[in-house]
Ligand binder design. Structure first.
Ligand code: HEC
Ligand code: HEC
Ligand code: HEC
Ligand code: HEC
Ligand code: HEC
Ligand code: HEC
Ligand code: HEC
Ligand code: HEC
Length: 652
């Protein structure tokens, strides 16, 4: 996800930008390529070109090309794999809008964007969906050609949130634009798009015209062809993909030849020739990781020097060296130096670019970019860990979970628990209180909880970091990245953690400030640190293992503070965590209601909290309460007055 105004610089010099600025002006190109080369002839095997049902609703097309033939052609021989994939959220990432795909209600909905005072009308006519968007309609270009408004043509997402693309009805190209609101599935409600992502309050969204065609398709479709078509006057996006969503060939490569070989073998009893199909589990772990890394990473498409369309951008294929087509961005070492130079040349503010994607220690802070974590983990660089060490892309036949249970995170049976690590690390050495210092079976003894804590952010939650690391005080102290111990022991100070890490693992105890000795690290962070840290702590205040380790009687007033946060996403997360506290399940707070309504809901919650027993809170002073459970307002305000207000806009 990336919810930012489209520009060449924000996608870190994609091939398209190089093309627009580097090649468009060059007369040589037109001399060498007088005519647009024809598209590949339709594949004989099950070409699945979609056509526009409505000539006014142009949108990206699905079509068989480059030997890609689509999932419809696999089921005859791979029913099991087809059915397991069919249940996955990969399949439904990008869909043509229809009653089967659209989750939000369009049945005569009028929605007013709170901050913009802009009213949008949504409607449905059978299998067709429309939006009236006065702001865009009033612009001089691209008015809707249909009295019902702009046709909604595509959806993005199906698991947590769904975004909608409308057609600009352009005759000239297939660019689509983004509806200003999104649907949150768990809450069954519409919300402004900017509220779904972690953005400063002053952030506003645009229609992102052409953003899908240039950016989103790189990770949300199978074999995207981003080649723009040009004539002397203009540049057009005749965007096509082999398949909407993430389908078989995104991970297995083009299958036309594979099918031809097996059909021939079946029919003529011929031997199967050299089969080009790729099975990621049989690739070297580096190549296997790259199959997933083509999408699950912060990357930039490689600017290909001296290339002329249509080869301007070679498209990654499973089994390829990823680095040839997509350069994974890193915040450390030579890679960082290179990226910094590109950013500077493109006029992008370097510190902001990195801060919105990486923690200050260089590790990735975004969810959905797990490959960045993998390639910085010793288990991968010195061992053979890849995504398939823990994930399985077709549910195992012996796996008794339902397809729906498995589809949520697609973990293999091994990947669900400590077995994931014990494949490679000695059980005797690590799965023992001698190493974990917690009783077996305690949440504090789980490898994941100490080595892959929820320090990456996305989808309005904390998500497990995929950079395998061990808890260290310096993560919090020097880099302002919350450490695993204090994310579960929410009522303990950093000094407490430092002492135990010293006693248990021989880590040095660094010099610590008074606050680090007397105030719980989570409470200090949620008041004083920047929005990135606050969002992670807000989520942990509702995380069951942390509530069990830290008690819950003290948490509500801190969540009340976060429910007044200037960042919409933080208020959302805090309100959800509050509902996970005993006694607050029915809180009526709405994170995007007007300030007055929000305040009165917060006061209600605080009065509920005032009426609870608060006299035996274990570490009350750490969490800024006195022995009677009253708040230490003085300390609270002092920490608040030194809050780090640097703007954070996470590019998940
Ligand atoms: C670098 C690859 C990449 C790009 C580019 C990208 N996304 Fe995503 N997106 C992902 C991944 C990976 C996930 C899944 C994250 C997870 O499950 O933790 C995701 C998830 C999402 C979701 C949530 C889906 C759900 O089912 O809840 C939405 C919505 C989304 N992206 C929108 C967008 C939009 C809009 C764009 C273009 C502006 C975009 N993304 C660009 C990789 C990308
Ligand atoms: C006409 C039958 C047929 C069709 C259609 C077919 N396959 Fe296959 N496929 C096979 C057979 C048979 C094998 C087993 C080959 C073997 O064991 O060496 C196979 C094996 C595979 C493998 C595993 C390869 C390995 O090395 O482990 C993958 C991946 C695969 N197919 C993907 C696909 C995809 C994707 C499609 C659709 C786009 C598809 N197949 C369509 C017959 C077919
Ligand atoms: C997101 C990546 C991804 C997608 C999409 C995907 N696969 Fe796979 N496939 C894999 C991986 C990884 C394996 C290795 C075993 C595993 O993880 O389940 C695999 C294994 C296979 C195999 C070998 C037999 C087996 O189960 O191990 C076949 C055949 C296959 N896939 C066919 C398909 C077909 C057909 C589709 C689409 C209908 C598809 N795959 C979609 C990643 C994918
Ligand atoms: C073509 C791009 C692409 C490829 C290749 C890809 N993914 Fe994804 N993946 C996505 C996007 C986009 C999502 C978000 C889908 C959603 O959750 O709605 C996603 C979601 C996921 C999820 C979360 C599912 C959920 O919603 O709970 C897992 C786990 C995952 N991918 C693992 C993998 C692994 C492992 C591989 C490699 C074998 C892989 N992916 C290959 C783009 C891709
Ligand atoms: C050591 C095991 C392990 C490895 C290796 C691993 N994962 Fe994960 N992954 C997990 C666990 C555990 C979760 C979290 C499940 C949960 O939160 O309950 C997860 C969650 C995810 C999610 C879903 C996040 C969400 O909540 O939406 C995605 C996407 C994902 N992994 C992708 C990948 C990709 C891509 C790779 C390889 C680059 C990879 N993982 C490697 C264990 C692993
Ligand atoms: C496929 C094998 C493999 C898997 C799976 C694996 N590791 Fe590793 N891991 C290694 C290797 C090899 C090393 C490097 C040598 C060493 O330190 O033991 C390593 C190193 C480490 C380190 C030291 C990191 C550093 O930067 O020094 C930690 C901590 C670790 N692993 C924890 C885990 C945890 C926790 C899991 C499960 C979530 C896990 N590993 C899964 C192979 C693996
Ligand atoms: C996922 C949650 C979790 C994580 C992470 C975690 N713990 Fe614990 N810890 C617990 C729980 C639960 C207990 C209570 C013991 C039990 O399980 O019976 C506990 C108990 C303790 C105790 C003894 C009781 C006390 O409060 O004095 C100490 C000390 C401790 N943990 C320190 C740490 C340190 C240091 C780390 C990081 C290296 C850590 N824990 C990581 C959950 C966690
Ligand atoms: C309570 C937190 C905690 C838990 C639970 C935990 N570890 Fe660790 N682990 C650590 C710390 C802290 C270190 C770093 C020790 C050091 O600096 O020497 C570490 C180090 C490691 C290392 C690297 C060792 C080395 O010599 O470099 C591996 C491998 C490892 N752990 C594996 C595991 C596995 C496997 C599990 C689950 C069975 C596990 N850990 C559970 C805290 C934990």
């Amino acid at each position: 996800m990336a919810d930012k105004q489209s520009s060449c610089s924000d996608w870190l010099v994609p091939a398209v930008c190089v093309l627009v600025f580097g090649v468009l002006g060059s007369a040589i190109y037109f001399q060498r390529n007088p005519a647009k080369p024809p598209l590949n002839p339709p594949a004989p095997i099950g070409a699945t070109k979609t056509s526009d049902s409505n000539p006014h609703s142009s949108r990206p097309q699905q079509e068989a090309f480059d030997g890609y033939v689509s999932s419809a052609n696999c089921r005859e021989c791979h029913e099991y794999q087809h059915d397991t994939w069919h249940a996955s959220y990969h399949r439904t990432m990008t869909q043509v809008a229809s009653t089967n795909s659209v989750l939000g209600s369009f049945d005569g909905v009028t929605y007013t964007l709170p901050r913009k005072n802009e009213t949008i009308h949504l409607s449905r006519d059978g299998n067709e969906f429309f939006a009236r968007l006065p702001r865009y309609e009033s612009l001089q270009y691209d008015p809707p050609k249909d009295s019902r408004g702009y046709p909604i043509v595509m959806t993005t997402g199906s698991h947590h949130t769904q975004a909608y693309w409308f057609s600009l009805n352009r005759q000239t190209d297939r660019s689509v634009a983004l509806l200003p609101m999104m649907y949150i599935k768990a809450d069954k409600r519409w919300v402004p798009r900017e509220s779904v992502f972690l953005h400063p309050p002053e952030f506003t969204t645009s229609a992102e015209i052409g953003r899908w065609n240039k950016t989103c398709l790189n990770c949300h479709s199978t074999h995207p062809d981003t080649t723009p078509h040009m004539d002397q006057q203009s540049i057009r996006f005749e965007t096509r993909v082999a398949e909407f969503g993430i389908a078989c060939e995104a991970c297995h490569g083009p299958a036309k030849e594979h099918i031809a070989l097996h059909r021939a073998a079946k029919q003529n009893g011929q031997a199967v020739g050299n089969d080009p199909i790729i099975n990621p589990s049989e690739l070297h772990h580096t190549r296997s990781g790259e199959v997933c890394g083509q999408c699950h990473s912060v990357h930039t498409t490689r600017p290909r020097e001296n290339m002329i369309p249509p080869d301007i951008q070679k498209i990654f294929r499973p089994g390829d060296d990823l680095d040839e087509t997509r350069m994974v961005v890193m915040a450390r070492g030579e890679r960082r130096a290179f990226v910094e130079k590109v950013l500077l040349d493109g006029g992008v503010e370097v510190p902001t670019y990195f801060r919105d994607r990486f923690w200050d220690d260089g590790t990735i802070r975004l969810a959905g970019r797990e490959y960045n974590g993998l390639i910085e983990s010793a288990c991968h660089t010195q061992g053979e860990m890849d995504c398939l060490s823990c994930h399985q892309l077709h549910k195992a036949r012996k796996d008794e979970r339902t397809l729906k249970q498995w589809a949520d995170d697609q973990l293999s049976l091994t990947g669900m628990g400590e077995q994931a690590c014990l494949q490679c690390h000695e059980q005797d050495q690590f799965q023992t209180p001698k190493h974990t210092h917690h009783p077996p079976g305690s949440s504090g003894a789980g490898c994941y909880n100490c080595h892959m804590p929820h320090t990456t952010y996305g989808l309005l939650k904390g998500i497990r970091s995929h950079t395998i690391e061990s808890p260290r005080v310096e993560q919090s102290l020097r880099h302002k990245k919350p450490n695993a111990c204090n994310l579960c022991h929410l009522d303990q100070t950093l000094e407490w953690t430092a002492k135990h890490l010293h006693e248990w693992y021989g880590h040095e105890i660094p010099e610590l400030s008074d606050d680090h000795q007397t105030v719980s690290e989570a409470v200090r962070g949620l008041i004083q640190d920047d929005a990135g840290v606050r969002s992670i702590i807000a989520w942990h205040l509702g995380w069951k293992p942390a509530q069990e380790a830290s008690g819950t009687a003290w948490i509500a007033p801190h969540l009340a503070l976060l429910m007044q946060d200037p960042y919409d996403a933080i208020r959302y997360i805090a309100a959800r965590s509050l509902k996970r506290l005993p006694g607050f399940e029915r809180s009526s707070y709405d994170f995007i209601a007007n300030a007055g309504e929000r305040e009165s809901a917060i006061l209600d919650s605080l009065s509920v909290w005032q009426s609870t027993v608060r006299t035996n809170i274990r570490n009350h002073a750490n969490v800024l309460l006195d022995a009677e459970g009253n708040r230490n307002i003085e300390k609270l305000s002092q920490l608040l007055s030194t809050r780090n207000n640097r703007p954070i806009s996470l590019q998940e």
